[in-house]
Write a protein that binds this ligand. Sequence first.
Ligand code: GRF
Length: 192
Amino acid sequence: MEKLTGLKKIKTAVFISGTGSNLKNIIKFSKVKKSPISINLIVSNTSLAKGLRYADQFKIKKKIFNLNNNNENEKNILISLKKEKIKFICLAGYMKILSKKFIKKFDGKIINIHPSLLPKYKGLNTHSRVIKNKDKLSGCTVHFVTTKLDSGKIILQKKVKISANDNPISLKKKVLKQEHKLYPEAILKIFN
Ligand code: GRF
């Protein structure tokens, strides 16, 4: 990954679909001096994503696209990314699968956070599956996005201990807390 030169931060887009707690956390991190990135665009596949409120709160541009819909949307999003000079993309609770074509255009420049210790529990409903299997340990992973779901090179992970009375909801809370530490650490690791 390119080294930082001077004070210029790398223009970044965050893609979301829901609550946006990771988005909020990344925006806050982007404002600290040591952050290599600035958040210049928020993309959501749905206008219902609660996290879109952070676009207004932090005065960041937002766009709503459903990338799975058709080629037209993909073209439009590429136009927006180009217009904002976006060089890096953070997926943060983005629930759509990006097309191979799109991923190849941003090869090595898209990262994602996943709520499990990859390569375990790729895909959806990780916390329910972890609890069902009576695992003692879970966690979260930030990884590069490739055309194979949740399988790109791992950047960093954090572990979370599961107690006997944890359920999918309590585990989600515990893991999210670690996600908020992990995402900035992973971004720093990539660019430093
Ligand atoms: C997080 O658990 C993330 O790991 C997963 O989706 C959730 C998004 O949460 N990909 P939020 O929208 O950032 O609060």
